[in-house]
Design a protein around this ligand. Structure first.
Ligand SMILES: *Cc1c(COP(=O)(O)O)cnc(C)c1O
Length: 569
C-alpha cells in the first residue's frame, strides 16, 4: 500500500513490543467485530467493533471485553403478513474464537459463577493486534440458570440482565487479571452495562479518586427511561458485599440502582456521542461535566468493493489515513457513478432474487435500515401513500428498500414492520418496496452502498448519534434526515445531503406533520429532480459526501479524540 517495506518492518517491531502491554480495557455488552460473529444487535455493538478495528489500525494499546452471547440477538424472519418471527442463532464458536486456558469467577447471590474466556484477534492495517475477549458462563460446574447468563443478548428479565452485567463488569475486570495483564490503567465503559466493574476496582483500590482516575464512560442514551436500573433489594441480594452502602446511596436514583449514575460517579471523563447528545446529556446530569466525541465508522469496513478499487486508484493510503478521502473532489464523475452503479446492481440483484419485486437499476432508490422502533419513525415516508405515488408519477420512479429488527419485547416496533408490509400491498407496485429480512453487518454493507439516498427520520432529540448515514457517506450516498445526532454536524444542505424539518432544532420534539410535509416536498422539488435531471450535480453531491463527511466521520478520527481527551489526561 505504498509504504516502503522498511517502514512496515519498523511498525511491526513496534507492534511486537507494544502488544504485550495494553493500557486500556474497552468494555461493551455487545461487539460487532466480524459479520460471522453474531454477538451484537445494532449500533452500539457495531460502534464497539469499529472502534477496536481503528485501534488496531492506529496501534492504540487496547483490549476489548464483551459477553459471548452464544445465541446472538436473534435471527429475524418475517411472514407474508409482516409478522416478525424470532429464531435463535447457533454459531460455531470454535470456527471463529479460541478458548483460552485462563478462567475467572464472580459471586451472584452467594453462588460462585465460573467464567471461561474466548479470544478473537483484530489485526490492523500494519499488523498490530488488538485482542477481544468474550466471557462465557456456559460451564458444567455452573448451575443450569448460570449457564444461560451469557447466551442471549438483551434477552430475559431484569434479574437475568443484572446477572449478565455482573459477569461483564466484575467478571471482566477479574478476567483482565486472570489473563495476566498488569499495565491496564484505563477502563472504558461503552454505555452503562459494564458499570459494575467500578465496584470491583473500588474493592481493590479502596479509594474513590483512584478508581475515577482509571474510568472513562461513554453514554449513548438521550432519554432517562433508557438507562439501566435495578430494584434495590434484588441488587443487594445478587451483588452482596461488593456493593458498599455508602456507594449505593450515591448511585441510587428513584429508588433503584442506576447504572448510568454508577458509571458517572466513578468516571473522570464522560462523553456523549455527538455534540448535541453531549448537551442533552449534560442537561440530564447537571452534577457532572459531560463532553462529547462524535461517533464514526471504520472506513475500510464500510467502503464497498467498487469504491475500494476507486479509492485505491486515486487516494493511496486512505485505509490507514481516512483524511486522505478529502481528495475525492478530484475524482472523475463518471468513475464515481460507475462505482456506484456496480454497488447498486449488487443490491438490486439481491433484492430481486430474494423477494421478486422487479426493481430497476436506473430508478431512484431510497434505503432505510435500523432498529424498528417508534421514535425512528420508519413509516414516516410511507405515511401518506397517495402523495408518495403522486410524486413518483410526476417527478420520477421511486423504489424503497427497508431492513431492521424490532426488539422482541417492542410491540410497537413490530407493528411498524407490519404497517410497512400492509402499505406495500396498497401501493400496487407504483412505488416498489422491499423489506430485507435479518438486518446485519453484511446487509448493512450492501444497503448503505447500494441505494441512491439514505433516509433517517428520528424524532429529535432521541437519536444520540446514528452511524448508518456515515457508512452511506463512505460510499458517496447522501443522507436525508431530521437534524438530530451526527446529522446536525454532517448536513450541509444540498452538498452532503438534506435536512428534514426545522433548520435548527431547538428543544422541542419533532412534529410528525411538519416533518412529513417537508420530507415529501423536498423529495418532490429538490432531490428527485436533481437525481434524474441534473446528474452532474448529483454526482458532485456524492463526491462531497466522501470528501467532507467520510474523511471526518470515521473511527480513526474518533479514537484519536478519545486518546487525547479521555485516556491520557
Ligand atoms: C450501522 C448499523 C446499525 C446502526 O445504525 P444507526 O444508523 O445508528 O441506527 C445497526 N445495525 C446494523 C446492522 C448496522 O450495520
Amino acid at each position: 500500500m505504498g509504504e516502503s517495506s522498511d517502514s512496515v518492518k519498523e511498525k511491526k517491531d513496534r507492534t511486537a513490543s507494544q502488544n504485550g502491554k495494553p493500557k486500556i480495557a474497552y468494555f461493551s455488552m455487545e461487539i460487532g467485530i466480524d459479520e460471522h460473529i453474531p454477538t451484537y444487535s445494532g449500533g452500539l455493538g457495531i460502534l464497539a467493533g469499529d472502534t477496536l478495528k481503528s485501534c488496531a489500525d492506529l496501534n492504540v494499546p487496547i483490549i476489548g471485553i464483551t459477553l459471548l452471547s452464544e445465541h446472538g440477538y436473534f435471527y429475524q424472519k418475517i411472514d407474508r403478513e409482516g409478522n416478525q418471527i424470532e429464531l435463535p442463532i447457533n454459531f460455531n464458536i470454535n470456527d471463529f474464537l479460541t478458548l483460552l486456558p485462563s478462567k475467572t469467577s464472580v459471586t451472584i447471590e452467594d453462588r460462585t459463577v465460573h467464567i471461561r474466556i474466548w479470544n478473537y484477534l483484530v489485526k490492523g492495517v500494519s499488523g498490530y493486534i488488538v485482542p477481544v475477549f468474550f466471557l462465557d458462563a456456559n460451564l458444567e460446574e455452573n448451575s443450569e440458570y448460570d449457564r444461560e447468563i451469557t447466551k442471549h443478548l438483551y434477552g430475559g428479565d431484569n434479574k437475568y440482565r443484572l446477572a449478565q452485567e455482573i459477569v461483564l463488569g466484575i467478571g471482566g475486570v477479574r478476567a483482565i487479571q486472570a489473563l495476566g495483564y498488569k499495565t491496564i490503567d484505563k477502563y472504558h465503559m461503552n454505555e452503562g452495562h459494564a458499570a459494575l466493574g467500578t465496584l470491583e476496582l473500588f474493592s481493590k483500590l479502596k479509594n474513590i479518586e483512584k478508581v475515577r482516575e482509571q474510568c472513562v464512560f461513554t453514554t449513548h442514551t438521550p432519554v432517562a427511561a433508557g438507562h439501566d436500573q435495578f430494584n434495590l433489594s434484588m441488587a443487594k441480594s445478587m451483588l452482596g458485599e461488593i456493593l458498599p452502602e455508602p456507594i449505593l446511596r450515591e448511585v441510587t436514583f428513584e429508588n433503584k440502582l442506576n447504572m448510568t449514575r454508577l458509571a458517572l460517579f466513578f468516571s473522570h471523563y464522560v462523553n456523549g456521542v455527538a455534540k448535541k447528545h453531549g448537551e442533552v446529556s449534560q442537561l440530564m446530569f447537571p452534577g457532572y461535566t459531560i463532553d462529547s466525541i462524535t461517533n464514526g465508522v471504520h472506513t475500510p469496513t464500510w467502503v464497498s468493493e467498487p469504491f475500494q478499487r476507486l479509492f485505491d486508484k486515486h487516494m493511496l493510503g486512505w485505509r490507514s489515513d481516512p483524511y486522505i478521502l478529502r481528495a475525492a473532489f478530484s475524482i472523475d464523475k463518471t468513475e464515481v457513478w460507475d462505482a456506484h452503479m456496480e454497488a447498486k446492481k449488487n443490491l438490486i440483484d439481491f433484492v430481486n432474487s430474494r423477494y421478486n419485486v422487479g426493481m430497476d437499476y436506473d430508478n431512484f432508490t431510497i434505503g432505510f435500515a435500523r432498529r424498528q422502533t417508534p421514535y425512528k419513525r420508519p413509516d414516516l415516508i410511507i405515511s401518506d401513500p397517495d402523495r408518495l405515488m403522486q410524486i413518483a408519477e410526476k417527478v420520477g420512479a421511486i423504489q424503497i428498500i427497508y431492513a431492521g429488527k424490532a426488539h422482541p419485547e417492542d410491540g410497537l416496533g413490530k407493528e411498524t414492520i407490519k404497517r410497512i408490509f400492509d402499505t406495500m400491498k396498497t401501493m400496487h407496485g407504483k412505488v416498489k418496496i422491499a423489506y430485507i429480512h435479518n438486518y446485519d453487518i453484511s446487509i448493512g454493507k450492501m444497503m448503505t452502498a447500494g441505494v441512491d439516498l439514505w433516509l433517517n427520520t428520528p424524532r429529535r432529540p432521541r437519536e444520540a448519534s446514528g452511524t448508518s448515514g456515515m457508512k452511506a457517506a463512505h460510499n458517496g450516498v447522501p443522507q436525508f434526515s431530521t437534524l438530530d445526532g451526527w446529522w446536525l454536524e454532517g448536513c450541509i444542505e444540498n452538498i452532503t445531503g438534506w435536512a428534514i424539518g426545522p433548520e435548527k432544532t431547538e428543544e422541542e420534539e419533532s412534529d410528525d406533520d411538519i416533518d412529513r410535509n417537508d420530507l415529501y416536498s423536498k423529495l418532490e422539488s429538490w432531490i428527485i429532480p436533481k437525481f434524474y435531471n441534473d446528474r452532474d450535480n448529483w454526482i458532485r453531491t456524492m463526491r462531497s459526501c466522501i470528501a467532507i463527511n467520510a474523511s471526518f466521520f470515521n473511527t480513526n478520527r474518533m479514537i484519536q479524540q478519545y486518546v487525547l481527551n479521555a485516556y491520557f489526561i
